[in-house]
Design a protein around this ligand. Structure first.
Ligand code: PEP
Ligand code: MG
Length: 586
């Protein structure tokens, strides 16, 4: 039996998951011609047809799940793939060639697909050229199926698995089935990488940044992922398993302690009301938001609509999602953030040396107004519910606000002209997540209805630390006084201009940060739904004057380490009821 081994990473999504290791590798399947001719070509044809049927079953399963999660028919790209899979011309060309050449199905299928792909690549029609990717998506599935390798995507992970990978892209992460995946461990990434955010959204215990893990772990062995301590234990000893069983029991007990907080008002002990809302990536999470007691959606990361499909979602598709979400959350507000694509959420073949400093979010929308228009129209049409707010990401200049707002008004006028009912009082806000926006917040506040501080990006840009790079993740710390001083400045600037200021980065859910943020005067905290009960528990133990005193002193320190040490000491002293839970919260 393999020896137990503990590997260290970074804890990004709380909880403990034990299961069978499933190593997710995206290696290409190798296709070769068998040296001897196949003896029974008809059996080879049958084997090929079975692989086609199996693949169709797989695609149908994925489609159902994506549609259920996104709340709309977002899996249409899979319909296109199924049609390609069933293409009669390809199937008969392959079957005939197998019969005639007495050669293995993989080799013939690959050859014929390559021919088709070449033809499409040469096409003048962009749509047809883009279908080459679909051809290879489908083709690789069939080839893997022929090779007896069933798992070609994260969607195929069997129940009871612990998912282990070098990396999972945000679009692949969006396809993970939480019913099957009990834990996730990846070699790269940091706490606020988007894969980590997805793991939290799906409530799957996860760790990232486990260097060189794949060389030390084997497919099929048992493993425990401890998302609290940031470790993965492969082949755990019986004693270790027992220890974790009792930890899981304790967690269940703690959840019972927390669950009454879902229902309780988000008020400090001395009566200050703070809006606690939910960050969501998928439509279906509205249900988690409600279950955990969110007072609205503080951040809908709409780019995930894009990442779970191929091609741009149409106005109608987007409208259906926003409209449904607004209806489900009514009368609570829903803040729809316009696309934040780019950075690590790559959506095209366009590659950049520094994607986080490049063509991302509002910059993409400003350069492609038609793309922006589709989304604005969809949001405005859904605003008929009167609870939608709109938010622009990655604002770094005043001109962006000016241009985006002017364009927004033009679209509104256009809809008025079409006789469409829209909310004329819709609030427009910006994410303050670049140093320039934070430093200029006093000037920007006059032009928007609210600020939402994106502490993930703000920390990344202020400290010059890539939020997804495990090599420098020890330098990524939201408690750095440079970040905290900017947060203070932004809240102050917002309040001077009489607008509300929220915070929707991961810092909002950290029990150690909440007293500090309350002390700085934040009006709203938006976080993963699952973090809400604990945040309410913390909030309800606090008193504003003490928080203000703590915040003032915290900002005088020289380093994140000093700030955290001070906060731990002060919170334990001033608010003993929450002293036990301030270790930090992924
Ligand atoms: C942030 O940057 O803090 C934020 C909330 O946005 P995202 O994590 O989606 O970039
Ligand atoms: Mg951001």
């Amino acid at each position: 039996m393999a020896k137990e081994r503990i590997l260290k990473g970074i804890a990004v999504s709380k909880g403990i998951g034990q299961g069978v290791v499933f190593i997710y590798e995206t290696k290409d399947v190798e296709v070769a011609q068998t040296p001897a001719p196949v003896q029974y070509p008809d059996k080879e044809v049958a084997r090929f047809l079975e692989a086609i049927a199996r693949t169709e079953g797989e695609l149908n399963n994925i489609k159902e799940r994506i549609n259920a999660e996104t709340g709309a028919d977002f899996a249409q790209f899979l319909d296109a793939q199924i049609l390609m899979l069933r293409d009669r011309d390809i199937i008969s060309a392959v079957s005939e060639a197998i019969e005639q050449e007495k050669t293995n199905a993989e080799f013939i299928y690959h050859r014929i697909l390559s021919m088709y792909a070449k033809k499409l690549e040469a096409s003048k029609d962009q749509y047809l050229r883009e279908r080459v990717m679909d051809i290879w998506d489908v083709g690789t599935r069939v080839l893997r199926s022929l090779a007896g390798l069933t798992h070609s995507s994260v969607v195929d992970v069997p129940p009871g698995s612990v998912l282990v990978a070098h990396d999972i892209s945000p679009s692949e992460a969006a396809l993970i089935n939480p019913a099957n995946v009990l834990g996730i461990a990846i070699e790269v990434g940091g706490r606020t990488s988007h894969t980590a955010i997805t793991a939290r959204a799906l409530e799957i215990p996860a760790i990232v940044g486990v260097e060189n893990m794949l060389a030390k772990i084997r497919n099929g062995e048992q493993a425990i992922i401890d998302g609290n301590r940031g470790i993965i234990i492969r082949s755990p000893t019986p004693g270790r398993v027992q220890f974790y069983q009792s930890e899981i029991k304790k967690e269940v007990e703690f959840q019972k302690v927390l669950s009454p907080y879902c229902e309780l008002p988000a008020k400090t002990r001395d009566g200050r009301q703070i809006d606690i809302s939910a960050n969501i990536e998928f439509f279906i999470e509205y249900a988690h938001a409600k279950r955990y007691g969110a007072m609205g959606i503080g951040l809908f990361r709409t780019e995930f609509l894009y990442l779970t499909r191929r091609g741009n979602p149409s106005e109608e598709e987007q409208f259906r999602v926003y409209n449904e979400l607004a209806k489900k959350m009514k009368p609570d507000p829903v803040i729809i953030r316009t696309y934040d694509l780019g950075g690590d959420k790559i959506f095209s073949d366009y590659r950049e040396a520094n994607p986080f400093l490049g063509w991302r979010a509002i910059r993409v929308c400003m350069d492609d107004l038609d793309f922006f228009r589709t989304q604005l129209r969809a949001i405005l049409r859904a605003s008929v519910n009167r609870n939608i707010r709109i938010m622009y990401p990655m604002i770094s200049t005043y001109e962006e606000i000016k241009k985006a707002t002017a364009y927004f008004h033009a679209i509104k006028k256009e809809l008025h002209g079409e006789g469409v009912d829209v909310d004329d009082d819709i609030q427009i806000g910006i994410m303050v997540e670049t140093p320039s926006a934070a430093i200029m917040s006093e000037q920007l506040a006059a032009h928007v209805d609210f600020f939402s501080i994106g502490s993930n990006d703000l920390t990344q840009y202020v400290l010059a630390v890539d939020r997804g790079n495990e090599r420098v993740s020890h330098l990524f710390d939201h408690f750095h006084p440079a970040v905290l001083r900017l947060i203070k400045q932004v809240i102050g600037a917002g309040h001077m201009a009489h607008i509300w200021v929220g915070l929707c980065g991961e810092l909002a859910a950290d029990p150690l940060a909440i007293p500090l943020l309350i002390g700085l005067g934040v009006d709203e905290l938006s976080m993963s739904p699952v973090a809400i009960p604990k945040a309410k528990m913390v909030l309800r133990a606090l008193t504003v004057p003490e928080c203000e005193r703590i915040a003032e002193r915290a900002l005088a320190f020289r380093s994140a380490g000093e700030v955290k040490k001070f906060l731990r000491r002060m919170i334990t002293k001033e608010f003993p009821a929450i002293g036990g839970i301030i270790g930090g919260a992924p």
